[in-house]
Design a protein around this ligand. Structure first.
Ligand SMILES: [Zn+2]
Ligand SMILES: [Zn+2]
Length: 248
């Protein structure tokens, strides 16, 4: 199975799942069960970002005097911003209260779903946070027991993606833009980097060239970082006309 690219950035289970919300006052009060969303309760199976399945044992409020420090910091920041907004003339309704704040910490007590007698773990999470909820008959990878796509599958997809990129780079003809691979005509503005070509050493010195246009600026940015790292700081790429990122 080919792993879609977006999974490389943010993992989510490849199998059927719902979005689960915590059964906490003030959170999704009128939530109805649908094919896509559900209310988390004891017995619900969730997938965590470690790609493992956990059974929910209990969800409970965290007493105000036991808030973890980063939640206190967040609350501080949130109320400060709230006051600033109101002072600036925005009508935000009644002032939020700490005890019912939608981002307050609640504790979920969970246990590995495949270890019914295993040790439970306590986690403080935002009340507003949602989870991936798996069906009772969820699937795991036969090799590593993770919820697919497992780390191996993601790594494989990443390598494949890098290889596709490398293949595309190797097919760019001499004198063409190293970002888009298209030719650069004499009337087009270009950015040329002096020195060895870091991406295509086979093309020789002073051959790294890009279109000086927005579409190709991603490649220029990445190349410039690598080029500066290589100690070419004293040289400047020719024709960086009005490059806003260049304050040299
Ligand atoms: Zn695996
Ligand atoms: Zn280009």
């Amino acid at each position: 199975m080919r792993v879609p690219l977006h999974i490389l950035n943010e993992w989510r289970p490849a199998q059927t799942r719902k979005t689960g919300y915590l059964p906490i006052e003030g959170i999704m009060p009128r939530l109805t069960e649908t094919d896509y969303s559900t209310r988390i309760q004891p017995g619900t199976i969730i997938a965590f970002s470690d790609r493992r399945a956990y059974e929910i044992i209990e969800v409970k409020e965290r007493p105000l005097d036991l808030w973890p420090q980063h939640f206190l910091n967040e609350w501080e920041r949130y109320t400060t911003q709230w006051v600033e907004q109101v002072v600036a003339g925005h009508n935000l309704g009644p002032q939020p209260e700490k005890a019912t704040w939608e981002h307050r910490p609640v504790v979920i007590v969970i246990r590995p779903a495949d270890q019914p007698t295993g040790k439970v773990k306590h986690f403080a999470v935002r009340a507003s946070r949602s989870f991936y909820v798996l069906p009772e008959h969820y699937s795991v990878c036969r090799l590593c027991n993770e919820i697919p796509p497992c780390n191996h599958a993601t790594t494989e997809a990443r390598v494949e993606h890098e290889m596709d990129k490398a293949e595309k780079l190797m097919s760019i003809p001499a004198g063409a833009c190293l970002d888009c691979g298209e030719p650069i005509t004499s009337r087009m503005k270009a950015i040329r980097f002096p020195g060895p070509n870091l991406w295509r050493p086979d093309l020789g010195d002073n051959s790294a060239v890009f279109h000086a246009r927005q579409d190709c600026s991603g490649g220029v940015h990445v190349y410039r970082l690598q080029w500066e790292k290589k100690g070419h700081d004293e040289l400047q790429p020719t024709l960086p006309t009005g490059d806003p990122g260049d304050d040299a």
